[in-house]
Design a protein. Structure first.
Length: 281
């Protein structure tokens, strides 16, 4: 699989989103001007570890520089992106660039990645079954229902040898029809990401997104397999494209890239095993 092709597709999707915005977005931003003198920052979060990580490692840095930060909780990935576009919030921290491009195109908005952040990996967990060896003909497996994360789930199932599928250039187009081999006749069902942990007791296996692994109280030590996470599936801070170079956005970026934040992550064992940005090296 060529992830270079995937990255190119993500860039193409972003270009499409920009052109859609020019033609008329479904949700117009509060202003097309960059908010350069902002000192009060609202950050949107979905369930997962990112809010705790931000409040523990990033917010103190920003506050020491004179910023006031307000976290805002959301439960939906589309809504939290539209909220950035309309100016309800200034940034969100909950998604990878592939999903960001998908929402941009779907909603006709123009949000942009600001900086990569440490990201928990997707994992394969047992529900009724407790080991890979227990997979049987007709075993039930849930995968996330958003196309790009469904694709990540299928990658894990392929890595453990349970299925095979045709390569795709854009993970945002993935669905179950790309599967070309399913020798165990697995009953693979896409369901809402947030329902995968509660539904785990009712299925044999599930490939679960990292933030829901953490928020759902699962332990990576119990995972039957963990993804080899491609960088385009590592999460980012997202802001409006027009705000990327503003002082407050660059302050967020600098805080994530600071030695203080690196030390914070390394000192907290709950972040062990996360996919780390290149600048952690």
């Amino acid at each position: 699989m060529s992830f270079a092709r995937t990255a190119a597709a993500v860039l193409a999707a972003t270009a499409l989103a920009v052109s859609l915005t020019a033609c008329g977005a479904s949700s117009s931003p509060a202003s097309t001007e960059a908010s350069t003198d902002k000192t009060d920052i609202k950050i949107g979060f979905n369930p997962g570890p990112y809010k705790e990580m931000f409040q523990g490692g990033i917010q103190p840095i920003l506050e020491s520089e004179g910023y006031t930060v307000e976290p805002v909780d959301f439960t939906d990935g589309i809504v939290v992106n539209v909220a950035v576009n309309t100016g309800e919030i200034d940034a969100n921290i909950m998604q990878h660039p592939v999903y960001l491009s998908f929402v941009n195109a779907k909603e006709g908005i123009d949000n942009a990645p600001l900086v990569q952040i440490p990201t928990p990996r997707m994992g394969l967990f047992g529900g009724k079954k407790k080991s890979l060896a227990e997979v049987a003909d007709g075993s039930t497996v849930t995968v996330p229902n958003s196309p790009s994360n469904l694709y990540r789930g299928l990658l894990i199932l392929r890595d453990v040898g349970w299925i095979d599928f045709a390569d795709v250039d854009d993970p945002n187009t993935a669905d179950l029809s790309i599967i070309t081999s399913n020798p165990k006749n697995l009953n693979i069902t896409p369901i809402d990401n947030a329902q995968q942990v509660p539904a785990l007791q009712d299925v044999d296996f599930a490939t679960i997104q990292g933030n829901f692994i953490v928020s759902g109280g699962l332990n990576y030590d119990d995972a039957l397999a963990v993804e080899n996470q491609p960088v385009q599936f590592s999460n980012v801070v997202a802001v409006r494209s027009v705000d990327v170079d503003t002082p407050w956005a660059q302050a967020i970026k600098s805080a994530y890239e600071s030695q203080e934040f690196i030390d914070y992550i390394k000192a907290n064992p709950q972040y062990s095993g996360y996919q780390l940005p290149a600048w952690f090296q």
